[in-house]
Design a protein around this ligand. Sequence first.
Ligand SMILES: Nc1ncnc2c1ncn2[C@@H]1O[C@H](COP(=O)(O)OP(=O)(O)O)[C@@H](O)[C@H]1O
Ligand SMILES: N[C@@H](CCC(=O)OP(=O)(O)O)C(=O)O
Length: 367
Amino acid sequence: MLGRMRVVLKLGTSVLTAGTDRLHRPRLVDLLRGMAAVRAAGHEVVLVSSGAVNAGWETLGFPPRDRTLAEKQLLAAVGQGRLMHLYATIAELYGLNVAQVLLTADDFRDRTRYLNARTTLDSCLLRGVLPIINENDAVATGQLRVGDNDTLSAFVANLTEADLLVILTDAAGLYTADPRTHPDATLIPVVERVTPEIWALAGGAGSHRGTGGMHTKIQAAEIATRAGTPVVVAPGDVADALPRILAGESLGTRFLAHGTRLEARKRWILAEIAAGSIMLDEGAAKAVVERGGSLLPAGIRQVEGEFERGHTIRIIAPEGREIARGLSRYHSSDLRRIQGHHSREIEGVLGYTFGPEAVHRDDLVRL
Ligand SMILES: Nc1ncnc2c1ncn2[C@@H]1O[C@H](COP(=O)(O)OP(=O)(O)O)[C@@H](O)[C@H]1O
Ligand SMILES: N[C@@H](CCC(=O)OP(=O)(O)O)C(=O)O
């Protein structure tokens, strides 16, 4: 048994329709039963679900499947509500509450929106609510879109710092060639690195209902594994796929992570441009350098520059030497107000708190 995990599960249209042209209720029941089972085993689940356009098509019954953008947006707007209604109805049978979170590319580019989305997803998980994410197709077009839900699920895995991303689809995993056109293709059980050879295996755009075929799944695997999250691409028509994967069974193709998530996070912090600096007192500098501890507001003497929550800042010892870099948990103006204060006073000073640390030890890289 692997430990308790936070898992992002991505379900493509091909899985939700189970080879038919409509959302397949029995398939949804199976999938939600699986999610309830892994939650009962102590894991956390974040769902990224496609299927809105298909659900809209079922409702409005537009005959052709190649549609204009405006029609597609209409179908998504109509279908998203129906999709959520189905999820909510079935989830209730398993005692689960669901929440809808619609995201677009800007939610990952803009730091405040990113942190807000993260807070909402964290709150859902804390309260045992199943968040169901889709792209906000009704408002996002062109550059505003992530564009496909495989890539979106990798972004969500980073956002939620997931331990595993599971992408269920209508293929049994990554094959040596598109199994639709190459019946002799064989399953690749493990991919250590997404190399050009791996990219070359992805055939065309996949099923007529799906968006990106295997190409976008490989892209998702590359994004997530670089950030330290392993990815499993597995068949959606196998009973209890999710519980079996979380129980350690090898199903489909596993893409191995590059190092740990913490290492990836620290590499990323070092690659960011610092937006400001904080000067420490002797004791705080010692705690950071010698003990690798978190940085508390009590040890801050001065804050320079303007920065938002989540921005990278330089951490400076009393003699002026930069000793670390980290992500600030507070806006620079808030930090100025709480510098020198004990952490238990934060709420009294600001009226709210984002936790006792100015920079948490997991967000701090010593130089
Ligand atoms: N090397 C490959 N291995 C497996 N499947 C592949 C490969 N190349 C292309 N595909 C195609 O990708 C399809 C899955 O993508 P897609 O239809 O977009 O699904 P989803 O709706 O789950 O995103 C498979 O049905 C398969 O035909
Ligand atoms: N956002 C769209 C799905 C986009 C998408 O990537 O589809 P798929 O390839 O089936 O996962 C919808 O809900 O219909």
